[in-house]
Ligand binder design. Sequence first.
Ligand code: ASP
Length: 439
Amino acid sequence: MKKVVKFGGSSLASAEQFQKVGNIIRADEDRRYVVPSAPGKRFDGDTKVTDMLYDCYAAAEAGEDFTEKLQNIKARYDAIIEGLKLDYSLDEEFEIIKKNFAEKSGSDYAASRGEYLNGKILAEYLGYDFIDAAEVILFDEDGAFDAEYTNRKMAKRLKKHEHAVIPGFYGAYADGKIKTFSRGGSDITGSIVARALKADLYENWTDVSGFLVTDPHLIRNPQVVDVITYRELRELAYMGAAVLHDEAIFPVRKAGIPINIRNTNRPEDPGTMIVATTSQKSRWTITGIAGKKGFAAVTIDKDLMNAEVGFCRKVLTVFEDNGISIEHMPSGIDTMCVFVDQEVLQEKEQLVLSGIQRAVEPDTLEVQADIALIAVVGRGMRQTRGTAGRIFSALAHANVNCRMIDQGSSELNIIIGVKNDDFEKAVQAIYDIFITTQL
Ligand code: ASP
């Protein structure tokens, strides 16, 4: 078996955390390719090294003295090296970084040093080879990640190494200039390495024991999902559930490689498996609940709307022309309702309303704000009768009024619109009916 293991920032924030990571890697000889993040927070209120680097580079770019800021970053790494009792020094690396900062080599270069240096230390600690991601992850001249070229180049390079550390988060343009992914992008690197290696498993080690049924800010200690499909994860991630970078799914999905989310601080926990498809039923009828506040609904009524060819298109064109993306669009015979992000709409509200007025001359046109959308997602819903009924009776018992219902035709999800103020209560009621009462 071949496994790619990626460790997040909190898993590599201190020497103590490095030791846990070392133990995890040594416990399984299939864990031969390792992708590290930069050192993250050691405690609440601490600063991630990536943020320190952005800050330090901003000072350099403004022509200010950045010596102390850079010293503080070096101190973070030195503490790790000392704690691990390594005979290793980053003095030369920091000389180069200092020179490049002074020459204004770019904030992407600056941020990438977080993973680069952590990768150097980790390779030294494990006795693994170090592969600079700048040599194997390529971006095209428009700044788009070049997936196919990277895949070939990475695959060829990995063949030469039995064991290697490949730092996360960055790659380079053809001319060697460093470019990073968006924040949290080490997850993408891990996925790219797994695809190129044709790995059997991509393990993503973090500080939670897997993907949670719902947001722990809403429900205390929610249950961990044991198996989730890529599609279910996409639906939940879109509604704000976060465990992985959104784009991290694509490389492994192409190659059909499962992802296992694991907890560095509790390696005995099995975590969550993210798979393409599964015959395994979820433990509960639903797999997860996610949601967001802050949507607005534009409702358009017009008699005989259904007979007017092109009515929907004309309305939607107004949103498109104003650069507003549409979230949901439940409709009736003579009524159509468009859900959009409230903040985005507010900037252009009057333009949109007058545009719709002109385009379709509705009988009435209304805007309602402060709506929250909740997605209840589960591959098991299709086989189970009464799921929608259970959701709505739970909401009724909790005294929550449902403003909108939208069930996707794949029956993978049900989207519910409620008042912002009812959001927490609604999530609690749905969680309780499917999970708490089944424990
Ligand atoms: N260190 C980067 C960040 O903080 C990338 C990562 O951790 O994945 O966003």
